[in-house]
Design a protein around this ligand. Structure first.
Ligand code: NAP
Length: 366
């Protein structure tokens, strides 16, 4: 790609914002040209404002950039029209619509609009067709801007492992227990005195998000008289969410009741053959999105979270379940696949579909 797309980051100094910067360094299609954060940071250089927490050096070009106030592009604000957003949900609820109304493509990590009926909640390997919802958004009709979201960090790994099973055998019931890394709570996150030598069996709102988002992601796009809408998967679903003292990587124990019987070999084949993005050449897409770990004590966060550059989900320990049909363990990197990498892959998918430049207002109204 000759000219790269200029990208702005909302919440650039946070945990997810830092991952965007790390993953976009040398990206073949995207270049970070604008950084915004809170009033605490704006006006300072990024190097002064951000407490860089990643294990690769902060790129020098980014360190020298000045953090801007989080204001949408206008005659007086020179900001790009593509925004990767990672601010707290309460702030996103106010901020993201302003950017969409100003004609921006807002590709968001926050939970604020994930369950809105006209906002696509997308994992490219799972439900790329849900992007049709964009045209139902008022901002799209008025300015060409829109909001696209990616799921919660614990939902994304689960749904990637479920999709190949759901499409071949159907799923009637899902029971999941998570062991979630501390980086999922942002920085500084859970106090060390609370998490060391401990497990915290509560993450506010997480179980409700997992339960609702999973069924929307596995749902069907339908077109009725009132426009496009998602019919959620009709499955029973329950989640138990726990915080554990792991830095990166969410582990999940899953039991499933299937729509029709499947053998172990059939499930392994469904995972191995799941390559829905093959041929699209999206730079961040892992060649094999769901990877099987055959050893009896895997997956493990330290050993498996970076598979597929942190974008693959690792599954293991597939065995019969005494209550439902099958049970297994999965692992995914929560700030890469579960956050910044998910947004970047959504943006790459939008490029491949010709939808990244905000849809021209006239075209959206037509
Ligand atoms: N961490 C994960 O694994 C993960 C995974 C999926 C989704 N998410 C979601 O992604 C979002 C960000 O998470 P995070 O972990 O990166 O949080 P974080 O580390 O607390 O970072 C929050 C960011 O938002 C900025 N901010 C705060 N108030 C603002 C305001 N009024 N205007 C503009 N920017 C403001 C902060 O800037 P200052 O530095 O200036 O305060 C910082 O850049 C959340 O909605 C979270 O739920 C996180």
């Amino acid at each position: 790609m000759k000219n790269k797309y200029p990208i702005g980051i909302l919440g650039a100094t946070g945990m997810v914002g830092q991952r965007y910067i790390q993953l976009l360094e040398n990206h073949p299609w995207f270049e970070v040209t604008w950084l915004a954060a809170s009033d605490r940071s704006s006006g300072r250089t990024y190097g002064e404002a951000a407490k860089w927490r990643l294990d690769t050096p902060l790129p020098e070009r980014i360190a020298k950039m000045t953090v801007a106030p989080a204001e949408p592009p206008s005659a007086s604000v020179d900001a790009p029209k593509i925004m990767f957003a990672s601010v707290d949900a309460a702030i996103a609820r106010e901020m993201e619509p302003k950017f969409a109304a100003a004609g921006c493509a807002v590709i968001s990590n926050s939970s604020s609009f994930r369950m809105a009926p006209n906002v696509p909640l997308v994992i490219p390997e799972v439900n790329a067709d849900h992007l049709h919802l964009i045209v139902e958004q008022p901002w799209c009709k008025e300015s060409g801007g829109y909001i696209v979201t990616n799921p919660n960090c614990s939902t994304i790994g689960l749904v990637m492992a479920l999709k190949p099973i759901e499409e071949r055998f159907g799923i009637e019931q899902i029971f999941v227990t998570t062991m979630q890394a501390v980086s999922g709570a942002g920085y500084p996150g859970v106090a060390s005195m609370d998490i060391l030598d401990n497990v915290v069996p509560f993450i506010g709102g997480e179980e409700e998000k997992m339960e609702a988002e999973t069924l929307k992601l596995l749902g069907k796009l339908e077109r009725g008289a009132a426009g496009h809408a998602i019919k959620p998967l009709a499955a029973g679903m329950t989640a138990h969410c726990n915080r554990v003292q792991v830095v990166d990587g969410h582990t999940e124990c899953v039991s499933l009741k299937l729509g029709r019987k499947a053998t172990r070999e059939e499930i392994l084949a469904a995972w191995a053959e799941f390559q829905p993005l093959a041929g699209l050449d999206l730079p961040t897409a892992p060649a094999l999105p769901v990877q099987w770990a055959s050893q009896p004590d895997r997956p493990q966060p330290r050993l498996d979270r970076n598979r597929g550059n942190g974008m693959a989900v690792t599954v293991g320990r597939l065995r019969p379940c005494n209550l439902l049909d099958w049970k297994f363990v999965l692992l995914s990197h929560n700030t890469v696949r579960g956050a910044a990498g998910a947004t970047i892959l959504n943006a790459e998918l939008l490029v491949s579909l010709g939808k990244l430049e905000p849809v021209a207002a006239e075209a959206a109204r037509a």
